[in-house]
Write a protein that binds this ligand. Structure first.
Ligand code: ADP
Ligand code: MG
Length: 863
C-alpha cells in the first residue's frame, strides 16, 4: 500500500506509531484518544469497547476505537492493572488557520509513556502497595543474579547480588515488582514468568560499560564506592539499564533518585521464599487478610506508614541499635499516643505527592494537599520540640523553618479553590497579585474577550440575523454560526468556514484579528503560568532531600505510635536483646491466632540456649504443633522490627535467618513433585542456615515411603545438630526420631499435652517435655467426615501392620503398646462394643503405665 494513499492525519499517526510498536498508542483527536489497527482491536477486547471502522485510506477501512480524553484515566488505570503500557500522544498546537482560513493539521507529540512500574499518579496507584519496577540479570547462565528495584515515587533504588535461585525467588516475592525487565537470554525465565508486566530487551543493552556509565552519569560520581558498591557488583547492569529505561519513559531528570542502596547487606534477617509465604507475613495463603501478621500489627494511619510497615515486616533488621532507637521513640511518645495519632491521621501520602512534584506530573490538588499535610507535619514537629529528650527528633525539629517557608510559598501563590484543575488549565491556578506580569496579561486577555463580545453584539445588530451567534470550539476556534436558511442574509465580508447538518459556520476578518490577539495572549499566559508553577515546584524540589527524610520520619512515627497503641491494647511486652544465641520465651502467644480465636489461646514456653538447640515436637494431630512453631518465628520477626511481643517475657539473641519447611504443595508446571519441593526446601535450610538461624521444619519425609522419610529426616537432623546447631523446631509423627534425644546432645523431645477421657480426645495445647506416642489420626479422621466404616477398616489394617504382616519396618514395643490401648478404645467408640480383651481394671493399669513412660512435666516450672 502506498503511503500517499493515507489521509494526512493517519500519515502523522503511522509516523509516530512506528517508534512505539509494542505499546498502545493513545492518539488525541479533539476530545478523544483514538487507537487504530491492532491497538484498536486489542483495547476493544481488553476493555470491552466498540470497535469501529473509518475510511482514512483510499478503499480501505481502518479499525478504530476511541476513549474520551476527559475520562481516559479510568481506562488507563484498568490497562495498567492488566500489565499494559501506554504512549500518550497529545495535540500540542492550538488550532490554526492557513492563509485561506482553513484549519491546518494540528501538531501532535508524545508527551508520556505510561508503564505499570513508572506511574506516579494516585489514580493509577494502590496506596497500600509500593509500586516497584525491577530488573534482573544473570551471570554466565549461572545461578548468580544481579537484581535491582526502583520505587519511582519515593526514589528508593536498590541493588542486590543473589547467589542462588532461592534467594532470587525470595527477593522477587518480597519486593513484588509490577514491571520486570530482563535480558532476552535470561535462562531462568520460569522463575519470573508469573510476574505481570515482563519486558525483555537485548542482552547488549545490559552491557557493563553502558550500564555503569549510566549510573555514574546520573549520580555524577567517578565510581559507586560512595554507595558501598564496587565495580564487580552484579546489580550494576540491571540497575543501570533500568534507570535508563525509566528516564526514557519519563523524559525527565529524576533528581529525587539521589542514592543507590545495597539491598542485602546483612542488615536484615533473611527470610526465604517459603517463610514469607507460609508464615503469612503480609499475604494470606487462602486470601484471608486478617490471617496475616501485617493485618494484626498494622495500626498505621498514613499510606506511607502502611507501605513502610510492610517493608519493615518483610525485612526485619538484625541491628539491635536500630531496634533500640525505635524502642526509645516508643518510650518517649508513649504518654501522648492519642494526641500524636490525632495529628498523624490527617496526613496523606506526602511521599507520593513529593514524587509527583519531582516528576512534574502533578495536579493542583496535590499542591494544596501538600500544604495541608505540611501544616500537620509542622504541628507534629512543634509538639516533638516541646518534649524533653528530643535528640531522636532533631532532624525534624531542625527543619521546621523549611516547612514554614514552603507552606507560605504555596499560600501566596496558588489559588485555594482550584483543586479540580489540571496544570494545563491556564489562567486559573496562580493567585492574582503573585506576579505583576501575569496580572497584566490577564487584564489584556479580559479586555480582548470583551472586545469579542462587542463584535458579536455589533454583527447581530448590523445583520439583523436572529440565529447568528458567536461560538468557540477547541479545534476550530471562534466562528459565527447561523441557520442554513439565513445564509442569504449575510453581508459579503463573511467568509464560509464549515457546513454542518443544520447550520453553517462563517468567520469575518475582524473576528480573526481579535482571535489572533487572544491566541497570542493566551499562549503567553500559558507559558508564563507554567513557568511560575515550575519555579514553585523547583523551590520545593530544592528541598527534596530534607523533605524525603522528614516524611520518612513521619512514616516511622506513624508505625511506632501504632506499635505502642497495639502493645497497650494487646498486652505485649518489650523484648530483651542479648548477644548470645538464645531464645527464651515465657508464655508466648500466637499474635494472629490469639485475636482470631473464640476461646483463650494457651500460652507456651520455649528455650533455646547452649544446651538445647533442637526441639523435636510430637503430639496428636491438631494439638498445636504448627501453631507453636509459627508463633515462635512471628514473635522473633515482631521483636526485630521494633514491636513489642505477645508473651510474658521474651529474650532473644542474634538471628541472621528464618528458614522454614512448611506445608505441602507441588509445582507441576516446573516439574516438581511435592516431595521434590520438600527436599528443595530442606536443602536450602541445610545449605544456608547458621548457628544463629531460626529453622522451622513442620514435618518432613512424608512424600515418600515411611522408611525413606524417617531415614532422610534422621540424617538431616543429625547434620543440623552436629554441624549447624541452628535453633530448630522440628515437628513429626515419626516417633523413631525421638530416639535421637538420647544419642545427640542438644536435642530435646517435647510434645503437646492432651487428655483422652470419656472416649474423647481433649487437646490441651500445652507444651511439655517428653514424647507423645500417638498421633490420634483416626480421631481426626472421624471428625473430618470420612465414613466410619472406612475408619474402622483402617484400624483393622493398622492392627495387621503392627503385627508386621505386610510391613517390614520394625515398630518398637512402645508403639504397639500405645496402639493397643488407645485404638481398642477407639474401636469401642465406633462400634459401641465393650472392650472384650481387657478388663476395665487392666485398662486403667495400662494407662497408668503409659503415663509413667511418657515423660511428663512442663518445660518451665513458672506457672
Ligand atoms: P498440629 O500442627 O499439631 O496438627 P495446629 O498447630 O495446626 O495443630 O493446630 C490446630 C488448631 O488448634 C489451630 O488452628 C488452633 O485453632 C488450635 N490451637 C493450636 N494451638 C493452640 C493454642 N496454643 N491455644 C489455643 N488453640 C490452639
Ligand atoms: Mg501441623
Amino acid at each position: 500500500m502506498k503511503f500517499n494513499k493515507f489521509t494526512p492525519i493517519i500519515k502523522q499517526y503511522l509516523n509516530i506509531k512506528s517508534k512505539y510498536l509494542d505499546v498502545l498508542l493513545f492518539y488525541q483527536i479533539g476530545d478523544f484518544y483514538e487507537l487504530f489497527y491492532d491497538d484498536a482491536k486489542k483495547i476493544s477486547s481488553l476493555l470491552n469497547l466498540t470497535l469501529t471502522k473509518k475510511n482514512f485510506v483510499n478503499h480501505e477501512n481502518v479499525p478504530m476505537a476511541g476513549i474520551p480524553v476527559s475520562s481516559s484515566s479510568s481506562y488507563i488505570s484498568k490497562l495498567i492493572k492488566l500489565g499494559e503500557s501506554i504512549v500518550i500522544c497529545n495535540q500540542v498546537g492550538d488550532y490554526e488557520r492557513d492563509g485561506k482560513f482553513k484549519s491546518k493539521l494540528i501538531e501532535r507529540k508524545v508527551v508520556r509513556i505510561i508503564t505499570p512500574g513508572t506511574i506516579s499518579e494516585d489514580i493509577y496507584l494502590n496506596e497500600k502497595k509500593d509500586n516497584i519496577i525491577a530488573a534482573v540479570w544473570s551471570k554466565n547462565k549461572l545461578d548468580n543474579f544481579g537484581y535491582s528495584i526502583l520505587d519511582i515515587s519515593s526514589g528508593r533504588f536498590c541493588v542486590y547480588e543473589l547467589d542462588d535461585l532461592y534467594k532470587l525467588k525470595s527477593e522477587l516475592l518480597r519486593t513484588n515488582p509490577v514491571e520486570l525487565l530482563y535480558p532476552d537470554n535470561f535462562f531462568r525465565f520460569k522463575i519470573i514468568k508469573e510476574f505481570g508486566c515482563l519486558k525483555s530487551f537485548s542482552e547488549c543493552e545490559f552491557g557493563f560499560k553502558r550500564t555503569y556509565n549510566i549510573l555514574l552519569d546520573h549520580f555524577n560520581v567517578v565510581d559507586l564506592c560512595c554507595f558501598g558498591i564496587n565495580a564487580n557488583h552484579l546489580g550494576i547492569r540491571p540497575a543501570g539499564f533500568m534507570l535508563d529505561y525509566v528516564k526514557y519513559t519519563q523524559s525527565i531528570n529524576l533528581s529525587h533518585i539521589n542514592k543507590i542502596e545495597l539491598g542485602n547487606l546483612g542488615r536484615n534477617i533473611f527470610m526465604d521464599f517459603s517463610t514469607i509465604k507460609n508464615l503469612e507475613i503480609v499475604d494470606s495463603l487462602y486470601g484471608i487478610e486478617k490471617n496475616t501478621l501485617f493485618y494484626v500489627l498494622n495500626s498505621t494511619l498514613t499510606p506511607m506508614g502502611y507501605r513502610m510497615l510492610k517493608r519493615w515486616i518483610l525485612s526485619p533488621v538484625n541491628d539491635v541499635s536500630e531496634i533500640n532507637r525505635r524502642h526509645n521513640i516508643m518510650d518517649i511518645i508513649k504518654s501522648d499516643v492519642y494526641y500524636i495519632r490525632d495529628i498523624i491521621c490527617g496526613i496523606g501520602d506526602l511521599e507520593r505527592i513529593l514524587g509527583r512534584i519531582v516528576l512534574k506530573n502533578i495536579k493542583v490538588k496535590d499542591l494544596l494537599n501538600f500544604k495541608k499535610y505540611l501544616l500537620l507535619v509542622l504541628k507534629l514537629s512543634l509538639y516533638l520540640k516541646k518534649k524533653s529528650r528530643v535528640y531522636i527528633f532533631d532532624y525534624i525539629i531542625s527543619n521546621i523553618s523549611v516547612f514554614d517557608y514552603l507552606i507560605d510559598l504555596i499560600d501566596k501563590s496558588i489559588k485555594p479553590d482550584v483543586d479540580s484543575f489540571d496544570f494545563g488549565d491556564f489562567n486559573k491556578i496562580i493567585l492574582d497579585g503573585y506576579n505583576s506580569e501575569l496580572d497584566g496579561l490577564r487584564f489584556l486577555f479580559k479586555e480582548n474577550k470583551n472586545f469579542l463580545n462587542l463584535i458579536e453584539k455589533n454583527e447581530k445588530k448590523n445583520t439583523n440575523i436572529k440565529s447568528l451567534c458567536l461560538k468557540y470550539s477547541k479545534i476550530h476556534g471562534y466562528f459565527f454560526q447561523l441557520k442554513k436558511s439565513d445564509v442569504k442574509l449575510l453581508p459579503d465580508y463573511y467568509i464560509f468556514y464549515q457546513s454542518l447538518k443544520s447550520c453553517v459556520r462563517y468567520i469575518i476578518p475582524e473576528l480573526s484579528k481579535c482571535e489572533n490577539k487572544l491566541i497570542n495572549i493566551k499562549k503567553k499566559l500559558i507559558i508564563l503560568e507554567k513557568k511560575l508553577l515550575n519555579n514553585i515546584l523547583d523551590i520545593i524540589i530544592l528541598n527534596v532531600d530534607v523533605l524525603k527524610n522528614v516524611f520518612d520520619y513521619v512514616s516511622q512515627l506513624d508505625i511506632l505510635v501504632g506499635f505502642v497503641y497495639k502493645s497497650i491494647n494487646c498486652n505485649y511486652v518489650k523484648p530483651i536483646f542479648v548477644n548470645n544465641s538464645v531464645i527464651n520465651m515465657i508464655n508466648g502467644r500466637h499474635p494472629v491466632l490469639e485475636v482470631n480465636l473464640d476461646f483463650d489461646f494457651v500460652a507456651n514456653n520455649l528455650i533455646f540456649d547452649d544446651n538445647i538447640r533442637l526441639l523435636l515436637i510430637t503430639g496428636p494431630n491438631m494439638a498445636g504443633k504448627s501453631t507453636y512453631m509459627r508463633q515462635v518465628a512471628l514473635i522473633c520477626i515482631m521483636s526485630y522490627i521494633g514491636c513489642y511481643v505477645p508473651a510474658d517475657d521474651f529474650i532473644v539473641g542474634p538471628i541472621d535467618k528464618i528458614l522454614t519447611r512448611i506445608g505441602f504443595s507441588d509445582d507441576i508446571v516446573s516439574g516438581k513433585s511435592t516431595f521434590m519441593m520438600e527436599m528443595n526446601d530442606v536443602s536450602n535450610i541445610i545449605n544456608n542456615s547458621t548457628s544463629n538461624s531460626l529453622v522451622l521444619i513442620d514435618e518432613m519425609g512424608r512424600g515418600t515411603s515411611v522408611n525413606e522419610g524417617i531415614s532422610l529426616a534422621w540424617a538431616c537432623l543429625e547434620y543440623i545438630i552436629i554441624y549447624i546447631k541452628s535453633m530448630t523446631l522440628f515437628s513429626t509423627h515419626y516417633l523413631e526420631l525421638t530416639k535421637m534425644e538420647k544419642i545427640f546432645v542438644g536435642i530435646k523431645n517435647v510434645y503437646f499435652d492432651f487428655l483422652y477421657r470419656e472416649k474423647c480426645l481433649i487437646l490441651l495445647y500445652k507444651l511439655k517435655f517428653g514424647v507423645c506416642l500417638n498421633s490420634y489420626g483416626f480421631d481426626v479422621a472421624c471428625k473430618s467426615g470420612i465414613p466410619k466404616s472406612i475408619v474402622k477398616s483402617s484400624l483393622n489394617k493398622l492392627k495387621e501392620l503392627n503385627s508386621n504382616k505386610y510391613f517390614n519396618f520394625k515398630i518398637d514395643k512402645f508403639n504397639n503398646f500405645c496402639f493397643n490401648v488407645v485404638h481398642k478404645k477407639l474401636i469401642d467408640r465406633i462400634d459401641k462394643i465393650k472392650i472384650i480383651n481387657l478388663s476395665i481394671l487392666k485398662l486403667i493399669k495400662e494407662l497408668e503405665l503409659l503415663k509413667k513412660i511418657i515423660r511428663l512435666g512442663n518445660i518451665f516450672s513458672k506457672k
